[in-house]
Design a protein around this ligand. Structure first.
Ligand SMILES: Nc1ncnc2c1ncn2[C@@H]1O[C@H](COP(=O)(O)OP(=O)(O)O)[C@@H](O)[C@H]1O
Ligand SMILES: N[C@@H](CCOP(=O)(O)O)C(=O)O
Length: 304
């Protein structure tokens, strides 16, 4: 068997939860990180990072990408080779766009390639879910598209969620970070029956709204009682940006992943107006944000 000396993996950003689908639904977006692993003859670990906020990424063994790389070798009970890692950052850190999911998926996929593909795609995905602790960002980062994940008696059932071509995801990425762990700490551990029923109904409606592009369903569906009411206080300007997005024609606005990025869904005819409205509302609240209309990534992690 020939030994692969290097592998480059592209992994897309994700937007998880989509309002009522806390911890179970997410979509891959057309924004990505690139990770190149080169096997070294000797030495330990070298990490080079380029791109915006590169200085914020750890360059020692604590780096999450490297931790995922080690995890796969541990799983197959082999000694990891010394490696040089080159990271090109396209996904902003700690903004609710799945940067940690890109690192986990990238490290696992690269290790599986360098090790000669001992694990199946399903096995690698299950390790990724276990590392992240929830499936909603690592699953679409790995296989692309919009995906719903649910446990079964034997593991995970992953289902693709059809996304109507008229629906544009508009992301408003503010210039401050919010770590997922901090945004999870503010959540209650128990919920009322009324809130559970509310989210079950709205997630069902969201799935049909995403599939059909039907405005009435999407407008009603983008509501949640499990995480957003507790998290919005961590995001200054949330209400103003929400009001502005809806006034400009968005179906609704939600927190992307754990935040602080805000995600509006709009039809193609309104997406530019929604971009401008969200940027301006945040500016008025004293926050600079990069606002972009993106599209769904359908490839997921790609080995170049
Ligand atoms: N490219 C990367 N390489 C290594 N670690 C990364 C990378 N991207 C993100 N991380 C790690 O993930 C953390 C952010 O994760 P998290 O708080 O879950 O936010 P996000 O919503 O972006 O996933 C970063 O602070 C960093 O430790
Ligand atoms: N369901 C998770 C999703 C976190 O996504 P991220 O992109 O912010 O890492 C949560 O809401 O905590």
């Amino acid at each position: 068997m020939s030994v692969i000396s290097s592998v480059t993996v592209n992994v897309p950003a994700t937007t998880a939860n989509l309002g009522p689908g806390f911890d179970c639904i997410g979509a891959a977006l057309t924004l990505c990180n690139q990770f190149k692993f080169t096997r070294l003859d000797e030495g330990g670990l070298t990490i080079h990072v380029t791109g915006a906020e590169a200085e914020r990424v750890q360059t020692d063994e604590s780096n999450l990408l490297y931790q995922a790389f080690l995890k796969l070798y541990q799983y197959i009970d082999q000694t990891p080779p010394p490696v040089k890692i080159e990271i090109v950052l396209g996904v902003p850190l700690a903004r609710g766009l799945g940067s940690s999911a890109t690192a986990i998926v990238g490290g696992l996929v690269a290790a599986n390639q360098l090790a000669g593909e001992p694990l199946s795609q399903v096995q690698v995905m299950e390790i990724a879910i276990a590392m992240e602790g929830h499936p909603d960002n690592v699953v679409p980062a790995f296989i692309g598209g919009c995906r719903l994940a649910a446990t079964s008696d034997v593991g995970w059932e992953i289902c693709d969620v059809p996304w109507h071509e008229s629906i544009v995801p508009v992301v408003a990425i503010p210039n401050f970070e919010l770590s997922t762990s901090e945004a999870r700490r503010v959540l209650p551990t128990e919920f009322s029956r009324a809130d559970a029923i509310f989210n079950t109904a709205h997630l069902g409606l969201l799935l049909r709204g995403l599939e059909t592009g039907k405005g009435e369903w999407l407008r009603a569906a983008l509501q949640d009682k499990l995480h957003q009411p507790y998290r919005k206080a961590l995001i200054p300007g949330y209400d103003a940006v929400n009001t502005a997005a809806v006034a400009a024609g968005a179906y609704g606005m939600v927190i992307s992943g754990a935040g602080p990025t805000l995600l509006a869904l709009a039809d193609v005819a309104h997406s530019s107006d929604v971009e401008l409205a969200m940027a301006s509302a945040w500016k008025t609240s004293g926050i600079d944000a990069v606002v972009r209309s993106l599209a769904l990534d359908t490839q997921g992690a790609t080995i170049l």
